[in-house]
Design a protein around this ligand. Structure first.
Ligand SMILES: Nc1ncnc2c1ncn2[C@@H]1O[C@H](COP(=O)(O)OP(=O)(O)OP(=O)(O)O)[C@@H](O)[C@H]1O
Ligand SMILES: [Mg+2]
Length: 485
């Protein structure tokens, strides 16, 4: 019942109420009609009894009790003028003679069992209901007409029963029809009445499907004005939802504005840092040129300044790139041959990592995507440099490019030690890196894979990783260039 829809509950309630009302009306009508018909039959019985009594006056005076076979003919039971089916009986102590007026006006004798029923009729003149075998139910009244003689008159109940049954049948049929019609019409009316609620629910569902957790959200969905009229119940829900959506929209806009400010700030800061970093590197290099005249400690220090400045430049470049990608800028899309990009990246990696084994598996045909060749090169370079930096010498790195459906799929697989389980869930987040001493020593920052993800998603693609000791696979999917794109 709790899981029933409001619609079903309303329809069931309507039909249930109507059924109860029909039942009560039917019951009262039937009882009233039956009472009325019984009263009328009882008064007819009273007059029939009166007629019989007048005619039976001659019986009185101690007439001998007739035995059933005393030769008294049926006509001896004709008391007054009675209608067809009227039963009249004379009871002498416990001997009964009874007859029924036939349709043709004759008198037919009742059989013994039927006659015996008349013995149960009280003699006080109060009508009672008796059953006379095949003849059915009768209303009977007894009258003392002699010291030991009782006159019983009975009228058939058949007509009353038939009329009442007829009424019951009519009421039942009408009630069923009314209930069916009420169910159908009720269903339609309730559905019509609940339609605004459906529309409000549809709006709420549409909003719930929107990705509100990131990026610029245009929260344009609203409940239509006709469903947001606060003078109706549904309208109150609708207008409350609209107010809530207004609040959510302004909260999202505020969040977006503050996010944009932070991005701008990071982008500006990174940009501003480039120039002084270049100067530091320049001066460090300049100083190194005179290294004959400097003590070795100073030369060492200057060398450290230079290498840290280089590292910081890389970091600043990465931050700037991420900030720009976040803003949706910095991708110069053009038709790009991904095969070329992969070949170049692997050659660079081979040159940089001579103590690793590099292999490459390419399709025959060039694979074209719409993308920014420099950024895609960076994606490959980051994945390959990870495979070089975070694995021991001698590790085998296999790069493959295949076409799968409408995607170009690049995989970079290595048989190194794998990525720690704990790191995998947030591998692509910014500044997340393994804390092996190797990463620290090599100056890794943990931005490489964040850039991979940002660039790939900026191209409408996706990146995934599967890693176990001895088998680490990064898979990059990019949509192929089609005529439409
Ligand atoms: N092929 C790999 N094998 C083992 N560990 C890996 C591999 N690729 C990535 N990792 C782990 O994932 C971490 C994050 O990689 P990511 O490229 O984002 O940062 P990083 O390489 O540490 O720094 P950056 O690339 O910014 O210089 C790495 O620090 C390393 O622990
Ligand atoms: Mg890296």
């Amino acid at each position: 019942m709790n899981s029933w829809t409001l619609r079903r509950r309303l329809v069931v309630a309507i039909v249930g109420l109507l059924a109860a009302a029909s039942l009560i009306i039917g019951l009262v009508s039937v009882l009233a009609l039956r009472g009325f018909l019984m009263d009328r039959l009882d008064s007819q019985l009273a007059s029939a009894t009166g007629r019989s009594q007048n005619a039976a006056n001659g019986y009185d005076g101690g007439a001998p009790a007739p035995a059933p076979d005393d030769g008294l003919g049926p006509s001896s039971l004709r008391f007054g003028v009675q209608g067809p089916l009227t039963v009249t009986g004379i009871v002498f102590t416990d001997v009964v003679r009874a007859g029924i007026v036939t349709q043709s006006g004759d008198i037919a004798l009742l059989d013994e069992a039927q006659s015996a029923e008349l013995l149960n009729v009280p003699v006080d003149g109060e009508p009672v209901t008796i059953t006379l075998g095949d003849l059915g139910q009768y209303r009977a009244a007894g009258q003392q007409i002699g010291p030991e003689t009782t006159l019983v008159t009975a009228l058939p109940l058949g007509e009353v029963t038939e009329t009442v049954s007829r009424l019951i049948a009519v009421i039942a049929i009408v009630a069923i029809i009314v209930l069916v019609v009420a169910a159908v019409v009720g269903h339609a009316v309730v559905r019509l009445a609940l339609r605004p609620l459906d529309r409000v629910a549809a709006t709420a569902t549409a909003v719930s499907a929107l990705p509100l957790d990131r990026g610029e959200v245009a929260l344009a969905e609203r409940v239509a004005p006709q469903d947001a009229d606060p003078s109706t119940e549904v309208g109150r829900v609708g207008s409350a939802i609209n107010r809530m959506l207004d609040h959510v929209a302004s909260a999202l806009a505020a969040r977006q504005a503050s996010e944009n400010r932070v991005r701008r700030f990071v982008a500006d800061a990174s940009h501003e840092l480039r120039t002084p970093l270049t100067s530091i590197r320049g001066y460090a290099e300049l100083t190194r040129r005179f290294n004959q005249e400097l003590p070795p400690e100073v030369v060492h220090s200057i060398g450290r300044v230079e290498s840290e400045a280089v590292r910081m430049s890389t970091l600043v470049e990465d931050l700037l790139l991420l900030a720009r990608l976040d803003e949706g800028r910095d991708l110069e899309l053009a038709e790009t041959d991904l095969t070329r990009v992969v070949i170049d990246a692997v050659s660079d990696a081979r040159a940089a990592g001579a103590d690793h084994e590099w292999s490459l598996d390419l399709p025959e045909e060039p694979v074209l995507v719409i993308g920014d060749a420099n950024r895609l090169h960076q994606v490959l370079a980051n994945l390959l440099s990870n495979a070089r930096m975070h694995t021991p010498a001698g590790t085998h790195v296999i790069t493959t490019l295949v076409v799968d459906d409408s995607d170009a799929v690049v995989t970079v697989a290595d048989n190194g030690p794998g990525i720690p389980e704990a790191l995998q869930s947030h591998l692509f987040e910014r500044f997340s890196r393994g804390d092996g001493s190797r990463s620290r020593a090599s100056g890794s920052t943990g931005l490489g894979l964040a850039i991979v993800k940002a660039v790939v998603e900026g191209h409408g693609g996706s990146v995934a990783v599967k890693s176990a000791p001895g088998n680490t696979v990064f898979t990059v999917r990019l949509p192929l260039a089609t005529d439409a794109s």
